[in-house]
Design a protein around this ligand. Structure first.
Ligand SMILES: *[C@@H]1O[C@H](CO)[C@@H](O)[C@H](O)[C@H]1NC(C)=O
Ligand SMILES: *[C@@H]1O[C@H](CO)[C@@H](O)[C@H](O)[C@H]1NC(C)=O
Ligand SMILES: *[C@@H]1O[C@H](CO)[C@@H](O)[C@H](O)[C@H]1NC(C)=O
Ligand SMILES: *[C@@H]1O[C@H](CO)[C@@H](O)[C@H](O)[C@H]1NC(C)=O
Ligand SMILES: *[C@@H]1O[C@H](CO)[C@@H](O)[C@H](O)[C@H]1NC(C)=O
Ligand SMILES: *[C@@H]1O[C@H](CO)[C@@H](O)[C@H](O)[C@H]1NC(C)=O
Ligand SMILES: *[C@@H]1O[C@H](CO)[C@@H](O)[C@H](O)[C@H]1NC(C)=O
Length: 623
């Protein structure tokens, strides 16, 4: 029956020459028979009585044609040349539910133009020449649920522009020249659920206007030149579920509270200029399931920073600049099932990144320069259970398997591929480095292995120093540890750890910082130096007497004098002891030939000596 209605208009309109054989009266009669009601159609339109639809698109109409059946529910007047909508223009068409006026040249809508359309649910005014939405033009549309005014030339939304549309659910307002949305512009849109604003000239989020939309569920902002999302940009949108921000090429900052007040399940911030993941702004989104940050110049996903997103299931960051997904990046995410990081600069993706790989279903890892070593073995082992989203990852190295996709590795040959070589520090002889206080110390450590090991150091105070460490202590890319302006307390044993997926190797380098007292080869100082034998060997020894080294505070003569004076009472007390022990041993009748005395020397390198476990020893032969 539906088809019958369509057949009427088709041949009749498109082939006027065939009018002779397909006489309209014949069809009208047929139709009346089929539907049991009278149904006329304007001569330039095409009607379907079954759907109560009238299609008058592309007819060069400048106004609403006469003769539209009054019971029509859908009227399509798109792609015509209508310029003005007059008051009462549609008053005869009260049953209308959908009116399409897209792609005309409408620049003027008189107030009350839609007055009688109590049942209208969809109104399309897309792609016209509207410059303003005067308050009152949408009155008399109590049932309107969808309004599309995109692709017009509207510059401003005035207060109460949409005042009487209390049933509106969806507003499409993209592709206008909007520069300003007045705070009360959306007042009265009590049921609005979806709002799309794109290609506008807005310079900030219209937060006051948005705050009116208490029932908004989906908000889409596309192609805007806003540079930052400021704190509290989306206040009072408690029902908002989906937020999409796309193609804001200047957006570089999300302030920590920019999303506060929202409880989203889906968030996309794509094709923007974010260089780091705004973890702080996301933290409170405990119900988030879908997060898309694709096409942002983000290079790192840090460890443990997303763990507050407890219900996250999908994370997309394709087309970024990712080089690192740190261990535990998705820690705590029990429901995580999809990772999409195609088109980045990742060389690897370790199993430890995930909370549990058991739940992972889809992994898009294609278009990354993957190093096919033991770190990717877990993926290869799961390759039949895991979906690659239709795009097989391929190896970029080692050269023997370059370009080979994961599905082409046979199980038999796997043990010879995807292997690693444990990290190794070739020269493991302990090293000593000496430096003047205030100077710069350079401790070297070179590791090798496959993958190339990362190097970190453990300080004498047991602090881990790696390339992220900031301040006067740095670990350079080649593993060298540099300490600017050394202090006495920097002295001690530094452990270098070369670490890769296959294992660790270590080396100890001792650093001694002299605190400004030059050592002279005199009687007094010989005792001091005997406590520490500098071995200047290997590349690790790098004695840097820089200009910043402070001048000696005491002159050498005074120092030797003071030490000598301190030494005399010491010697005399040792002699007394010696005499005492001598007599005591004689009285016991047993002769001890050796005695060992321990003493802690009185110079200020105590901090250097302590870690060595005590003072120097004096061995004596007893008579
Ligand atoms: C508005 O639309 C609903 C269907 O969504 C319909 O049931 C109702 O009768 C309409 N109201 C009026 C006044 O036509
Ligand atoms: C909006 O921006 C576009 C492109 O940048 C520009 O051509 C247009 O003139 C702007 N409109 C207004 C009203 O500022
Ligand atoms: C994106 O950010 C970088 C700095 O992070 C800046 O150099 C670049 O100009 C920005 N691009 C745009 C389009 O603003
Ligand atoms: C956040 O949204 C979820 C469902 O999406 C809902 O269950 C939860 O109660 C909401 N939380 C708050 C504080 O509104
Ligand atoms: C991964 O992201 C790209 C780009 O956003 C998208 O085209 C693709 O559909 C995504 N893949 C999956 C499996 O979601
Ligand atoms: C290497 O060291 C890291 C921490 O520095 C440790 O987590 C890892 O288990 C070690 N690997 C081996 C094989 O010892
Ligand atoms: C010594 O330190 C100075 C200043 O920090 C630096 O310019 C110089 O290259 C260092 N020399 C050596 C051998 O490290």
């Amino acid at each position: 029956m539906q088809e019958a209605g369509k057949m009427v208009a088709g041949p009749f309109l498109d082939f006027p020459s065939s009018r002779a054989c397909w006489h309209p009266l014949f069809f009208l009669a047929l139709e009346a028979l089929l539907t049991g009601s009278s149904w006329s159609c304007p001569s330039r339109c095409h009607c379907s009585s079954q759907d109560r639809s009238v299609f008058c698109n592309r007819r060069r109409l400048t106004t609403v044609p006469g003769g539209i059946p009054p019971e029509s529910e859908l009227l399509d007047l798109s792609k015509n040349r209508i310029r003005t909508l007059h008051q009462g223009m549609f008053s005869r068409l009260q049953p209308l539910k959908e009116l399409d006026l897209s792609e005309n040249i409408i620049s003027n809508i008189e107030p009350g133009a839609f007055n009688s359309l109590q049942k209208l649910m969809t109104l399309r005014l897309k792609s016209n020449q509207l410059k303003i939405v005067p308050p009152g033009i949408f009155t008399g549309l109590p049932n309107l649920t969808i309004l599309d005014i995109s692709e017009n030339k509207i510059v401003i939304f005035l207060d109460h522009s949409f005042k009487d549309l209390f049933n509106l659910r969806r507003l499409e307002a993209g592709d206008n020249h909007l520069v300003f949305i007045s705070p009360q512009a959306f007042s009265g849109l009590l049921r609005l659920q979806q709002l799309t604003l794109e290609r506008c000239n807005l310079t900030g989020v219209p937060q006051l206007a948005l705050a009116q939309l208490r029932h908004l569920v989906e908000l889409r902002f596309k192609v805007l030149s806003i540079r930052a999302l400021h704190n509290y940009a989306f206040q009072r949108l408690r029902r908002l579920d989906v937020l999409e921000i796309e193609r804001w090429p200047f957006l570089a900052t999300l302030e920590p509270h920019s999303l506060s007040g929202l409880n989203l399940t889906s968030l996309a911030i794509t094709k923007c200029n974010l260089s780091t993941i705004p973890y702080e702004a996301f933290r409170h989104l405990a119900y988030l399931r879908f997060l898309d940050l694709s096409y942002n110049p983000i290079s790192v996903i840090h460890g443990k920073r997303l763990s507050d997103l407890l219900r996250l299931q999908e994370f997309h960051l394709s087309g970024g600049r990712l080089t690192t997904i740190a261990t535990s990046a998705f820690q705590g995410l029990n429901y995580f099932r999809l990772l999409n990081v195609s088109g980045n600069a990742l060389r690897t993706l370790e199993e430890g990144v995930f909370h549990s790989v058991g739940n992972l279903e889809i992994l898009r890892l294609d278009r990354n320069p993957l190093a096919c070593d033991c770190r990717l073995l877990w993926i290869i082992r799961r390759r039949r259970r895991l979906s690659f989203g239709g795009q097989q990852p391929a190896c970029a190295s080692p050269t023997t398997v370059k370009g080979k996709v994961f599905k082409d590795f046979s199980d038999v040959l796997l043990p010879s591929h995807f292997t690693c070589r444990k990290s190794n520090i070739p020269d493991k002889t302990p090293q000593w480095v000496s430096v003047q206080e205030g100077g710069k110390a350079t401790l070297t450590c070179r590791g090798e292995g496959d993958p190339h090991p990362t190097i970190y150091w453990v300080s004498p105070h047991n602090i881990r120093l790696d390339s992220n460490h900031k301040g006067h202590v740095r670990v350079l890319a080649d593993g060298t540890l540099e300490i600017d302006y050394t202090l006495a307390q920097d002295s001690g044993a530094y452990q270098c750890v070369a670490s890769n997926a296959a294992g660790n190797d270590t080396l100890v380098v001792h650093l001694r910082v002299d605190n400004g007292i030059p050592i002279q080869p005199s009687t007094g100082s010989r005792l001091i130096t005997s406590a520490w034998i500098p071995t200047t060997r290997g590349t690790g020894s790098n004695f840097n007497r820089s200009e910043t080294f402070p001048p000696p505070l005491i002159d050498v003569g005074t120092l030797v004098g003071v030490l000598a004076m301190g030494f005399l009472p010491f010697l005399s007390s040792v002699s007394v002891c010696f005499v005492f022990i001598f007599f005591w041993s004689k009285s016991k009748g047993k002769v001890k030939h050796h005695a060992t005395f321990e003493f802690v020397p009185h110079y200020s390198h105590a901090s250097w000596n302590k870690p060595r476990g005590g003072g120097s020893k004096f061995a004596m032969k007893l008579m």
